[in-house]
Design a binder for this molecule. Sequence first.
Ligand SMILES: Cc1cc2nc3c(=O)[nH]c(=O)nc-3n(C[C@H](O)[C@H](O)[C@H](O)COP(=O)(O)OP(=O)(O)OC[C@H]3O[C@@H](n4cnc5c(N)ncnc54)[C@H](O)[C@@H]3O)c2cc1C
Length: 489
Amino acid sequence: MAGLEYLTNCAIVRSADLPMSAGARKGLSTMKGVALVKGATDVAGSRVQSEASSSEIDKDEQIDFSLLAMEEMARADAEGLTLEKVLNEPQLLQKLKVQANRSGVGEDAVALLDHERQLSNALRSAAPPGGGFSAARLRRARVGFRAIAERFFAAGSTYELPLTAAEVATVFGRWEEADESCVRAQPGGEEELLASFAPALEKVRALLDPLVPKLARGMAAPGRVREIKGKVKGKIRVVVVGGGYSGCVVAKFLDADKRFHVTLVDPKEYFEDATAMPKAVVDPGLSPQDKEGRWPQIVAKYKGATILNGSIVYGLCTGITRTHVVVGAFRRCVPYDFAVIATGSSYTSSIKTQNPSLSFRWRQMAQERAVLEKCKRVIVVGGGLTGCEFAGDIAETFPQTRVTLIQRNDKILPHISGAHEKVVPVLEALGVRVMTNCDVTKIDQLSGTVAFSIAQALHPIRASCVTQTRTLQRTRPWMLTASSGCPTR
Ligand SMILES: Cc1cc2nc3c(=O)[nH]c(=O)nc-3n(C[C@H](O)[C@H](O)[C@H](O)COP(=O)(O)OP(=O)(O)OC[C@H]3O[C@@H](n4cnc5c(N)ncnc54)[C@H](O)[C@@H]3O)c2cc1C
């Protein structure tokens, strides 16, 4: 029971797992998206270690052994650690972002390298077998590099890179030239595009490289058991992994109860209302503090809002033993009596992210808005709750933008009885064109074209921005999905 793979699977809280002394309370037993893992010992004393069979004791020894094995592996990984390796490991990437913030380089610089890495990986896997030129791969490269240019190097970008304004403008100019020359679709286009970013990427790498040995030292050090000071004595130690809705509700509820000591584990320092992210994109406000914008109502730092008495450990949980939760690149061990796993879901886009700082998240949203604002036409694929909300929010905020909502079924919001009839007039009044019975079969982000079939005929429509609320079926591998290349989510 270790590894991120396990953590993506959530179960339901079973109140029967709570010791009698803890007593489940109303609401807790019905909460979805949460698993409760019983620890090996019970501080409250109802089911204590005396009940543990010899095989359970053996298991504890195995756990110690597995922690030691983890330590050995981490030591081996720390040897010869490079920035590239760090960027490819989620928990190391996370730690690098934290260290970049502390050192003043900023996590925006890490985010830039991360975007470039994701694109390079995608292009590598899209390389034709046996090498050679692929026009499709070049198109993919153009979409990806455009997404990076429009976000990080556009004039007035909200991202804070450790570059001068002149350097940023030069990169954007060079990218425009390289992209223009790629219209002819000749071999070498990808290299030209990458070269236009090279000076910026090199400078950022040079600033981040010195942080790598520090990371390696931390990895090679023995995993530290987090000491929960003072107040924990005699309390039931609950570790809540994941501070989304589920995790926060459980953490806040138990944190207010004197019988528990709660430790919340999350890579972010803040809770965000995922359902309000479309609103955050269209209206993040002029600054994170701007009360006129939506931002202050959508996010809240865990400290002071969710956890008042317990503790917070920032980092990605990478493993769970029967006694500890292992967190982050430095394998911090947080002991527990009960562990609540509420790590939720993830998306291919940045609709949910694991970036550590709240200030970065705002800059990301503000820049998404800046990109969206320039679009003349937006297509939203998928007429469920999120798609309808997104389409309506965009149309309301940018009345000059032509918004089209494409839905496969004959009705939007098909799971809510009567919703189609009520919502369509509202969307149309906002200027949204609602197209039902359209099965999207292909999305070409470079030309901004969405092809859909009605009775087997393909009808392309064009947009400067295509948003998808879910990925297209994986059984059709030739389809593009809205990942890093999509100008907005
Ligand atoms: C745009 C949008 C609109 C939506 N609208 C609705 C709606 O109207 N109604 C509705 O019911 N649902 C809606 N949903 C779905 C809803 O957001 C999810 O069901 C909900 O977020 C699930 O909550 P959760 O707490 O289980 O997980 P999440 O919200 O996904 O939270 C998981 C948390 O775990 C953390 N985490 C992940 N991995 C680790 C790890 N390894 N270690 C430590 N921490 C980790 C993450 O950082 C995150 O904080 C919407 C979703 C979106 C994106």
